[in-house]
Design a protein around this ligand. Structure first.
Ligand code: IMP
Ligand code: MG
Length: 178
């Protein structure tokens, strides 16, 4: 599909599925290399947006790992509110663990910053951030984004897990507001 309409807005195709999967393959290769001698890290996927990315990424991981989920929310409509709500908390112990946070997109970085603090407070030994997408022009935090599959301009996108007011998550391609 070249165009989609969600609520009141129209979106056009931006990143096709093949390109998404290619870039995930590259990130997986880096992780496989960096974590080959590391004791069972924990992938912590940030719901809802990162469910598709997590699913495709994890299938390419060759080292022993655990997967858990946390649900945070900072977005309302097409803008970050700057306020993070924890909707589903940490249910795995992260104390002394190597944690790899899996995000769909890092925009202002507010979500990642809050999650980072939360994981530090919970005693994680090491925290790395792995994101499908990064908006470098919007990101204004200090935390290092360790693994980025793709960088994009400061535009609003949907598809491949990402939503506009809960619609548009199911598409295999990524679309941009037109
Ligand atoms: P941040 O806290 O500003 O970095 O925003 C991060 C969260 O906002 C992401 O995990 C997404 O769920 C959501 N988000 C940021 N940019 C977009 C976008 O372009 N489309 C859809 N959701 C987005
Ligand atoms: Mg997210």
């Amino acid at each position: 599909m070249e165009r989609i309409k969600l609520h009141d807005k129209e979106f056009k195709i931006f990143i096709p599925s093949e390109k998404i999967l290619n870039s995930i393959g590259e990130v997986a290769e880096k992780l496989n290399n960096d974590y080959k001698n590391c004791e069972t890290p924990l992938f912590l996927s940030v719901l809802n947006g990162s469910f598709m990315f997590t699913s495709d990424l994890i299938k390419l991981i060759k080292f022993q790992c655990e997967i858990s989920f946390i649900k945070l929310s900072s977005y309302s409509g097409t803008e970050s509110t700057g306020e993070i709500k924890e909707i589903l908390g940490l249910n795995s112990s992260v104390k002394g663990r190597n944690v790899i946070v899996v995000e769909d997109i890092v925009d202002t970085g507010t979500t990642i910053e809050e999650l980072y603090k939360l994981l530090r407070a919970a005693g994680a030994a090491d925290i790395k951030i792995c994101t499908l997408l990064l908006k470098p022009e919007a990101y204004d935090k200090e935390i290092k984004i360790d693994y980025t599959a793709m960088q994009i301009p400061n535009d609003f996108i949907v598809g491949y897990g990402l939503d506009y007011n809960e619609l548009g998550r199911q598409y295999k391609d990524i679309y941009v507001l037109d």
